[in-house]
Design a protein around this ligand. Structure first.
Ligand code: OGA
Ligand code: NI
Length: 364
């Protein structure tokens, strides 16, 4: 796709939060999904308990060098989760629970500021940085029931505090500290993924550009919705980047992960991060690891806040399957492409399941 991102949105932006405040018992047609895409709320709470959750993995043994057997077990659990689910939760991951809560609270306060204060940071489709309410620029598209804030953390040349909210006070410091800790954690998990693929521990990170990896934060705000059965907070997609470290709302569930033909609602463990494989790791691993479709449902009585931290390749280098994973039996499934070029798709078309990474497969 060669179109470059346009300067402005195709239609006036409406904040979902203001719709939520104005809508008592209906939602605008623009947010009503076709019947096949609507969430199903058929299962009773009892049924829900039977449905499995994504794996929960305790990382503590990774940080306490003492017990090799426990460490091997963690690696095996992560390996299984990557191959089987593409999604898992981690606990005892080394990021302080207080910092996690503080980061989430800070962003909740931001979304509760008066609209004029948030409007100063209104984003455009050119870079997506700032306060936004849609993904994709197709005129007339059916939209998702959420607002968001998107910012760059790495590389340093792209990090610009002036594009981060100045309110609530200390929010920039909190985002700085949160980013630092989550980047560290992402680096550790990337090493485990490398080793689990039989590679040198720095191989995946180096494939992402080593010191020059990218990282950005997308904070999602899902306001209450009077008709949650008709819409989605975020349509089905796989994450275009490398790996995502998601801090979900501590009180309100909403994330659903596709498992064959069903959608599993993730039940977040306390102070867990939800880790998922993005499209770039699917490419680098030559599809041994797969990105997995997910979406978000909303509800009528509680808002929801989540922080999705995306750990990405350096954006202007070709990303392709690592040579060690390309064999005569398993030729490279994807041609090289830069992440800059890759992410234009979702930025123009919005969330579209896994259609992009699937369409890339080299013809054989
Ligand atoms: C995302 C995402 C899930 C959530 O931002 O890419 O999938 O629970 N978010 O908000
Ligand atoms: Ni996602």
């Amino acid at each position: 796709m060669k179109n470059s991102p346009q300067e402005e949105w195709p239609e006036p932006i409406i904040r979902v939060q203001s719709l939520s405040e104005a809508c008592v018992d209906s939602i605008p047609d623009r947010y009503i999904k076709p019947p096949t895409d609507r969430p199903s709320f058929s299962s009773s709470p009892d049924d829900d308990d039977v449905v499995s959750n994504i794996p929960i993995i305790d990382l503590h043994p990774l940080f306490s060098a003492s017990d090799p057997a426990a460490r091997a077990s963690v690696l095996a659990q992560i390996s299984d989760a990557c191959r089987d689910w593409g999604f898992f939760q981690i606990v005892n991951h080394g990021v302080s629970p207080e910092l996690m809560d503080k980061a989430r609270d800070t962003w909740r306060q931001f979304f509760h500021l008066p609209v004029e204060m948030k409007q100063q940071y209104a984003n455009s489709p050119k870079t997506y940085e700032g306060y936004g309410s849609r993904l994709g620029v197709q005129k007339g598209a059916i939209l998702d029931w959420s607002d968001y804030y998107f910012l760059h953390y790495l590389p340093l040349q792209l990090k610009d505090h002036n594009k981060w909210p100045s309110h609530p006070p200390y929010s920039r410091e909190v985002v700085e500290e949160y980013g630092r800790e989550v980047v560290k954690l992402c680096g550790r998990v990337m090493k485990v993924l490398s080793v689990n693929l039989g590679l040198e521990e720095d191989r995946l990170e180096n494939g992402f550009g080593g010191e020059e990896v990218g990282a950005c934060l997308r904070v999602n705000f899902y306001p209450k919705c009077p008709r949650p059965e008709l819409t989605l907070g975020l349509s089905s997609h796989s994450d275009p980047g490398g790996m995502t470290m998601l801090l979900p709302d501590s009180e309100v569930a909403g994330l659903q992960v596709r498992r064959l033909d069903t959608w599993i609602t993730v039940k977040p463990a306390r102070h867990a991060f939800i880790v998922n494989i993005g499209d770039q790791l699917q490419v680098l691993s030559n599809a041994i690891y797969k990105s997995v479709e997910h979406r978000v449902i909303v509800n009528s009585n509680q808002e929801r806040v989540s922080l999705a931290f995306f750990y990405n390749p350096k954006s202007n280098i070709p990303i392709e399957p690592v040579k060690e994973l390309v064999t005569p039996d398993r030729p490279a499934l994807y041609p090289p492409m830069t992440f800059d070029e890759y992410r234009l798709f979702i930025r123009l078309k919005g969330p579209q399941g896994k259609s992009q990474v699937e369409s890339l497969k080299s013809p054989r």
